[in-house]
Design a protein around this ligand. Structure first.
Ligand code: CTP
Length: 485
């Protein structure tokens, strides 16, 4: 990636984050649409003429629009150490998302990080100085690495490169980032991002094992395509909503210690999430497109409000939200069993896309093709309905608030109302999962919350925001109708 392209991308990311616009809405007059941003994010190049046009466009927009509102008083403080990787641009959005939630962010950037995003862009979003040098006399006199650590509740390293992991595991302290990490007594969360071969290298494996043993928390990396053409595997930086969840999950217990407004302290919240896999034989299964993102976001949000959270999750590609007890299961029957074991709960939220049917008799051996006999016939039987079963529990085992989801592709509200009655749920969160909505597997969701009071339709939101609103609503409902713990 050329210097111009890298710098331009940094400026564009800061602009998008500051004005809360998506790449596709970007630069109507300057460039066609978001293709330029997508291309730059993949490491593509840009002509000087286009770069000038885009810069001129951003400058004119900046002079016309006020920036997104900043959070007045921050209740928690994160020191974000930005490592040098192409994924560093995601930190810009991460900073904005954290600040929206009242979390103050101060940034340290490694030398390599500054090759990908500029301290100027980062500083514009943190509204603070960006710290880059260990031996900057001014910085050391005014605010050295010890104070950087002391003034934070949590240290987050994102993207954590192979080199940063090696330095941390080996106890090196030869630049500001590694010095802060050596000098800190605060919890540390790292979000690794690197080429899959580097992630799978024995040296990185050793370093990760060591860091875990040292009590360092990890989020990601995810499996997927790399910025380099044709590269795929484990090594993608966790997505911003996952990073936010992980950070909130780690901040919540710290806040609990210090008190604070946590309406779900002392409550148990149970969440199901993800798809289920129904085995056909040892290598094949029936599944669906659920990503588990919405359920995971709900679990993280419940933890952030102070609840003890059990997340029963089917197989997904996303990281476990920290601060949440996660029970991994595969099939619907295993999910029901895990849910039953987790009871009693105050609130139960059934966000999982449970397979309705399983194969009647699962084969213990791989089913072979037999010449001339055609395809095998699979007999399906119905799975237990977990939501319905739990909503019908008696003797105080029924959670006080039972929330189901309804995944529909037509007549969304009408079908969801019927589901609420048929399953005995207090609320149903209905969404349209037709492929064109991009909800199943995507990062956004548009839902209708159906309760005995009627239907409340929410706008298209990211799944983290849906989780936030849903849990705030649940906390309110709970506070109004139940006695304090
Ligand atoms: N659900 C469940 N157990 C099942 C099926 C569904 O707990 N075996 C829960 C889901 O987690 C969700 C709600 O029931 O909260 C509705 O799921 P959905 O897939 O929309 O509906 P189904 O009951 O499967 O009905 P249909 O597929 O006919 O729409």
């Amino acid at each position: 990636m050329s210097e111009t392209a890298r710098e331009l991308l940094g400026e564009i990311e800061a602009f998008l984050a500051l004005f809360q616009v998506t790449p596709t809405k970007f630069g109507v007059d300057a460039v066609n649409d978001g293709h330029l941003v997508a291309k730059l994010r993949k490491g593509g190049s840009v002509t000087l003429k286009t770069a000038d046009r885009v810069r001129a466009y951003m400058a004119s927009e900046r002079s016309e629009q006020p920036a997104a509102p900043r959070q007045a008083a921050a209740s928690h403080r994160v020191l974000l150490i930005i490592g040098g990787g192409i994924a560093a641009y995601k930190c810009l959005d991460l900073i904005r998302r954290l600040r929206e939630r009242g979390i103050a962010v101060r940034a340290v950037m490694t030398k390599a990080a500054q090759q990908f995003v500029t301290p100027l862009s980062v500083g514009a979003l943190t509204s603070d100085r960006v710290f880059t040098e260990l031996f900057d006399l001014d910085d050391e006199r005014e605010i050295g690495h010890i104070r950087l650590s002391r003034e934070a509740d949590l240290i987050v390293v994102a993207p954590a490169t192979a080199d940063l992991l090696a330095k941390m595991a080996g106890g090196h302290a030869d630049d500001l980032a590694s010095c802060v990490l050596m000098a800190t007594d605060k919890p540390v969360l790292i979000a690794p991002a690197m080429n899959p071969r580097m992630w799978l290298h024995p040296a990185t494996r050793r370093n990760v094992t060591q860091l875990k043993a040292d009590g360092i928390a990890l989020v990601g990396p995810n499996i997927g395509e790399m910025a380099e053409r044709g590269e795929a595997g484990p090594g993608r930086l966790a997505e911003v909503p996952e990073l936010v969840e992980a950070i909130i999950g780690m901040l919540a217990p710290l806040v609990q210690k210090g008190g604070g407004n946590l309406p779900l302290v002392g409550r148990h919240v149970l969440v199901t999430s993800g798809p289920t896999h129904e085995p056909i034989d040892p290598v094949r299964y029936i599944a669906n497109r659920s990503s588990g993102k919405q359920g995971s976001a709900i679990a993280a949000e419940a933890a952030a409000l102070g609840a003890r959270v059990t997340l029963v999750s089917g197989p997904t590609q996303i990281a476990d939200p920290p601060g949440v007890e996660v029970v991994h299961i595969e099939s619907a029957r295993e999910m029901l069993e895990a849910v039953r074991r987790a009871l009693p709960a105050d609130i139960a939220i059934f966000a999982a896309a449970v397979a309705d049917w399983r194969v009647a008799t699962r084969s213990d051996e791989k089913i072979k093709k037999a010449a001339g006999q055609g395809a095998p016939r699979l007999e399906l039987v119905e799975n237990p309905d977990i939501l319905k079963t739990i909503a019908a529990e008696k003797g105080g085992r029924r959670p006080k608030l039972v929330i189901g989801f309804a995944a529909e592709t037509q007549n969304v509200i009408e079908f969801a109302k019927k589901k609420r009655r048929a399953k005995g749920a207090d609320w149903i969160v209905a969404n349209d999962v037709s492929p064109e909505t991009g909800i199943m597997g995507g990062d956004r969701n548009a839902v209708h919350v159906i309760s005995e009071d009627g239907v409340e339709s929410w706008p298209d939101l990211d799944k983290g925001e849906v989780a936030r609103r849903l849990m705030a609503r649940a906390a309110n409902y709970f506070a109004e109708r139940t006695a304090p713990v």
